[in-house]
Design a protein around this ligand. Structure first.
Ligand SMILES: NCc1[nH]cc(CCC(=O)O)c1CC(=O)O
Length: 332
């Protein structure tokens, strides 16, 4: 569709930008707290938190404080919280068995959130990196990240999370075949209602740096993730992955990182029309926070502008560390 524009001066496009009321009338995109998923970091202990230096304003929280955060999310109108566990190096193993332990810190947090704020959807992360001695998302054999054995472990992890009451599973591992394997297992174990929000187009990005500090993976990670996460040069491949994940039973899909990949969000939304989310990742958050702390950018304004950009690019929602701050500004 081509918009009709009369010649100047019949058309003065500034007319509709002239007042707040006129701007509100013609605004094409909206942003509300319901568009956010809030990622939180959970650690062992009680009634404590630990600030993450590379993510100003974000802390690791003990389980009881995650429950409090969930009640805050509920009050602010944020519909979902996503749980990421911090694991110290000494708790990491080769076999990653803690990943499917019903009492691991992430699973305890799922149960605590369901108790404290039953109206909130709990999303999880599925990948071996928080439990793996080498920080990789999959098992490493002879220097290679192996696919099929990793998928078996991820399925066990998914079932443990579902048993704890998780509403949305978030496989972030980028192994092949994991969505189908999880969906089959969920159906056969009676978890028909559990949704999968697949990290479908997840790029091998340097923007995850602060997150790896937050979950204790920075020191652990040996090598990089380029044999399973996507090459930042690719766009067609993202569409193939979306098609594949939908065919295997994903309910929603994600593009990650966010701001440098808004072109991918738009292509995915236009091509498939399915619920599409973007992850405004730790490095994006850190950049905006650092610049605003230096007085170089207006923090609240760039936060809101960046979040609106996701909506304009076709995203139905955004995983963002700004969720509570932005929801407060939106009057949630
Ligand atoms: N599977 C791990 C995982 N899940 C979410 C993020 C990154 C989130 C962020 O940077 O905010 C990562 C890091 C990685 O793949 O190394």
């Amino acid at each position: 569709m081509k918009p009709t524009v009369a010649p100047f001066p019949a058309a003065r496009l500034r007319r509709l930008r002239g007042t707040p009321a006129l701007r509100a009338m013609v605004r094409e995109t909206t942003l509300t707290p319901a568009d956010f998923i809030w990622p939180v970091f959970v650690m062992d202990g009680h009634d404590a938190e630990e600030p993450i230096p590379s993510m100003p304003g974000v802390s690791r929280l003990t389980v009881d404080r995650v429950a409090k955060a969930a009640r805050r999310a509920e009050a602010l109108g944020i519909p979902a919280i996503c749980i990421f566990p911090y694991t110290p190096q000494e708790a990491r193993t080769e076999d990653c068995a803690m990943a499917w332990d019903p009492d691991n810190i992430a699973n305890r947090a799922i149960r605590a959130v369901k108790d404290a704020a039953p109206g909130i959807a709990v999303m999880t992360d599925i990948a071996l990196d928080p439990y793996n001695i080498n920080g990789q998302d999959g098992y490493v054999e002879d220097g290679e990240i192996v696919n099929d054995r990793t998928v078996e472990a991820l399925v066990k992890m998914a079932l443990a999370q579902a048993a704890c009451g998780a509403d949305i599973l978030g496989p972030s591992d980028m192994m092949d075949g994991r969505i189908g394997a999880m969906r089959t297992a969920l159906e056969s174990e009676g978890y028909q209602k559990v949704a999968i929000l697949s990290y479908t187009a997840k790029y091998a990005s340097a923007f995850y740096g602060p997150f790896r500090d937050a979950v204790g993976a920075s020191g652990a990670l040996k090598g990089d993730k380029t044999t399973y996460q996507m090459d930042p040069s690719n766009s067609d491949e993202a569409l193939r992955l979306v098609e594949r994940d939908l065919a295997e039973g994903a309910d929603m899909i994600m593009v990650k990182p966010g701001m440098p990949y808004l072109d991918i969000c738009r292509r995915v939304k236009d091509s498939f029309g399915v619920p599409t989310f973007a992850y405004q990742v730790s490095g994006e958050y850190a950049m905006l926070k650092a610049a605003s702390q230096n007085g170089w950018l207006d923090g609240p304004k760039v936060m809101m502008e960046s979040l609106m950009a996701f909506r304009r690019a076709g995203c139905d929602g955004i995983l963002t560390y700004f969720a509570p701050e932005a929801a407060e500004l939106l009057g949630g």
